[in-house]
Design a protein around this ligand. Structure first.
Ligand code: AMP
Length: 410
């Protein structure tokens, strides 16, 4: 699809889309929006970065415009997300898209006092974006009314299941049994988990596969530097940062994060950071400062960076290699979003060499090695040496066997 006007959306929504700067619908938007506008249930596999949020928000906003409420009342669209950060992002995006409408959007998440929620629960709401645990508390206390919910959306359903929200989401689904439509978005539909779960929730869904990972990945320029030791690693990091614009640096632990933060401070490099067990206010503060461009370098551990959408990330740096290829993909997926270009650089110590090779095999894509002149590593590449040895022994073996065979023939 070439542009949004081909979708049957109101001019208020098209105007907001234009203002935000989306030029044309992404794959998942092109696929999912028409079915959702038809009132069908949708089962979509679409990882973050594919434009999935607008893919479910736009048809919902259009529905609310098509059938305006007659009197004030409780929420009509409920979006469930695994984390509070994601809930806030989804609500922000909904507000931006609904800018020229009079629709009211709220979030209900943990980390916010009951008093603050009490105020909003008394108000008219059109869309509520919530995390399952906190919402369930309100439902049980009869402070949130699900009877007016017309559409239920599960965002990042795979992650909600991973985080153990399955049972609660099922209960919320039951509470919303009067609804007319459900949409389920998941990074992947592989494996039985999400698919089985979706059967109890969705009604004859249309399946939509954004199938973007490989295509999206193409826009990520990936390479790695080999590092001898910490000092070499830091020097290479400094080199990468010279070229980088907006960067996330991934580290393996909180201790490592603290160490690197101090190192960067001593190099007079300004950065913000996200780590587990941070107060909600400082998490929000960090995210906002990075989002607004106030600070362009963010340090993060994998757990802390879960579910956070940070637009316009130009570089992802693996200061520490991730434990699995899957986490690698997840990390680098934070750059090159929605058609933009991005770079992913890994700083690989001798003991990480096999890991970067595993990642290449997993992606079926070569991650090449690069060098910075004057900063070449001193150590030899471990696994190549091993491979050569193996090959040599293989050759010898082959020769040996051939010779044996000849002997037998004779
Ligand atoms: P999401 O997959 O929903 O997390 O979206 C990833 C990023 O893409 C967000 O920053 C969106 O604002 C942006 N985005 C969504 N739809 C489009 C579009 N059609 N064109 C360009 N960017 C988009």
């Amino acid at each position: 699809m070439r542009n949004f006007s081909e979708l049957e959306l109101d001019s208020e929504l098209l105007q907001a889309i234009e203002e935000i700067g989306y030029e044309r619908p992404t794959a998942v938007q092109t696929e999912a929006i028409p079915h959702a506008l038809d009132g069908r249930d949708v089962l979509a596999s679409a990882p973050t970065g594919t434009g999935k949020t607008a893919a479910f928000l736009l048809p919902m906003l259009q529905h609310l415009q098509d059938f305006p409420r007659k009197k004030p009342g409780p929420a009509r669209v409920l979006v469930l997300t695994p984390t509070r950060e994601l809930a806030i992002q989804v609500a922000d995006q909904a507000r931006a898209l609904a800018k020229y409408t009079s629709l009211k959007i709220f979030t209900i998440t943990g980390g916010i006092s009951y008093d603050e929620h009490a105020e909003l629960l008394g108000k008219t709401q059109d869309i509520v974006v919530a995390t399952p645990g906190r919402l369930m508390e309100y439902i049980e206390a009869e402070r949130f009314d699900c009877r007016a919910i017309e559409c239920l959306i599960l965002d990042e359903a795979d992650r909600m299941l991973d985080m153990g929200f399955g049972k609660i989401v099922e209960r919320i689904h039951n509470e919303c049994r009067w609804r007319r439509q459900s949409l389920l978005f998941s990074a992947t539909l592989e494996g039985k988990g999400v698919r089985d779960f979706s059967q109890g929730i969705l009604n004859e869904p249309v399946e939509v596969n954004a199938e973007p990972p490989r295509r999206e990945r193409k826009k990520i320029h990936q390479f790695y530097y080999r590092c001898d030791d910490m000092a070499h690693k830091l020097a290479l990091l400094q080199e990468v940062l010279k070229e980088a614009d907006r960067t996330i640096i991934f580290v393996k632990t909180r201790e490592r994060l603290a160490e690197l933060r101090d190192q960067l401070a001593s190099m007079k490099i300004n950065c913000c950071w996200l780590q587990g067990e941070m107060a909600q206010a400082s998490r929000n503060n960090t995210i906002n400062r990075f989002r607004s461009g106030d600070i362009n370098i963010m340090l993060a551990t994998d757990v802390a960076a879960r579910g956070i959408d940070l637009p316009d990330v130009s570089h992802v740096i693996n200061f520490d290699m991730p434990r699995t290829a899957d986490v690698y993909l997840h990390r680098i997926g934070r750059t090159a979003r929605a058609g933009k270009k991005g770079t992913a650089v890994s700083l690989v110590e001798a003991h990480d060499q096999s890991q970067i090779e595993r990642v290449s095999r997993y992606m079926k894509e070569d991650v090449p090695e690069r060098f910075v002149e004057g900063m070449r590593p001193k150590h030899k590449k471990a696994s190549t040496v091993k491979k050569k040895k193996k090959k040599d022994t293989k050759k010898k073996d082959a020769k040996g066997t051939a010779a044996k065979k000849k002997k037998v023939k004779k």
